[in-house]
Write a protein that binds this ligand. Structure first.
Ligand code: MG
Length: 386
């Protein structure tokens, strides 16, 4: 891949008249400040970071317990090294607390020009993580681009580097948001190619939602309450009813602070109770034994692939279920998460399918299954400049 071709001058990254290559390497990432001019010389062997904002357009208004929206802001990253470029993405749904400004501000402080060997993934990402607390999506955007880059350097998809069998990738669910029965039926019909659906509950019309879905399809259902229930007795009753409706697990049924109620519910629940909003990163998972039956890992919470892999190992050691999910994301971040999917029980990797302006082509859903391609790195090609 040509470096110049992969480095558009955008997001204020380059000066007019400058070549994409020199513009991209010189200024976009703020890496010249501490790395010195050497960082901007192509072929110097130093890493360079670029980034720019983008708006993902949603196909349908997206409603979960608590909010609705039509777009999701993202920041795309590119890490280049000696002619190859890895792609990354930070997705910023409002409830996560990071903004485009906070991501750009964080990335500006990241000096990758100090590194010459992209394979020092642990060292590089530990440096990035130590810069400041939080900024998980921003950190994920670097983690993803770095992993993509090293995959491209050895011309292998990440799942192969990790020794994973792409044939073990699970089905992926498609999400049906909270809506009226008519809209839910319509969305369910549109999702006919999926062999499992994820239904958002907690909006006060739970049985109506499930009945509407069930009037169209008998595929297994995942349920995500997004902390929308408050009473543990009612929650248990609902979980029993959901089991009878062919539901496989229930995600974040109660507020994450309601630890005693969650322990009580998980102990009695006939279905696995999965944690999502309750945790972000690896250290929190260790406290979940007995509180939840499993965890929903997302790269935008975990700071990326490096920590997500460690979380899977810890969760498995505690006998917990593991699923991998996503935000509304382009095929860039979704394809990155998919590289881990052979390791998990369930996947909810539909974020790229919810948007109408995906700048990347990547991992596909074929017959309802996450289908990994043999492209190197995270398995994406950039379709258009962003
Ligand atoms: Mg969730």
């Amino acid at each position: 891949m040509s470096l110049a071709a992969s480095l558009p001058a955008c997001g204020g990254a380059g000066r007019p008249g400058e070549s994409a290559e020199s513009a991209g390497l010189a200024e976009s990432a703020g890496s010249t400040e501490s790395a010195g001019p050497a960082a901007s010389v192509s072929g110097s062997g130093r890493l360079s970071l670029r980034y720019h904002p983008f708006d993902l357009q949603l196909r349908h208004t997206f409603t979960v317990a608590g909010s609705s929206r039509n777009t999701t802001p993202v920041v795309f990253t590119e890490i280049s090294h000696e002619g190859l470029t890895g792609y990354g993405e930070a997705s910023l749904p409002p409830y996560l607390g990071e903004t485009r400004a906070s991501v750009m501000g964080f990335l500006k402080r990241v000096d990758l020009g100090q590194f010459r060997d992209p394979f020092l993934v642990e060292e590089i990402l530990e440096y990035v993580d130590a810069l400041e607390e939080g900024h998980r999506a921003a950190k994920a955007s670097i983690d993803i681009a770095l992993h993509d880059l090293i995959g491209k350097m050895v011309d292998q998809p990440l799942y192969r580097l990790w020794g994973l069998n792409p044939g073990k990738a699970p089905l992926t669910s498609f999400t049906i948001g909270i809506d009226t029965p008519e809209v839910v039926r319509q969305k369910t019909r549109e999702a006919a190619r999926f062999r499992v659906l994820k239904v958002k509950l907690g909006g006060g019309n739970d049985r109506e939602m499930i009945n509407a879905v069930r009037s169209v399809t008998d595929v297994p259902l995942y349920v995500d309450v997004n902390q929308g229930w408050t009473d543990r007795e009612q929650a248990l009753e609902m979980v029993h009813w959901l089991k009878d409706q062919g539901v496989v697990f229930v995600e974040q049924p109660l507020p994450k602070e309601a630890l005693d109620d969650l322990v009580w519910l998980t102990e009695r629940s006939p279905l696995p109770i999965m944690a999502d909003e309750a945790f972000q990163r690896l250290p929190e998972v260790a406290a979940f034994r007995g509180v939840y039956s499993g965890i929903n890992i997302k790269l935008m919470k975990s700071t990326g692939l490096r920590e997500a892999r460690k979380m899977i190992t810890v969760a498995r050691a505690m006998g917990m279920h593991v699923m991998i999910g996503c935000m509304v994301e382009s095929s860039c971040a979704v394809s990155a998460a998919s590289q881990l999917s052979p390791l998990v029980d369930w996947a909810d990797l539909d974020g790229n399918l919810l948007i109408s302006n995906d700048p990347f082509e990547g991992v596909k859903v074929v017959d309802g299954k996450v289908t990994l391609n043999d492209w190197p790195g995270i398995g994406v090609k950039k379709l258009k400049e962003t």
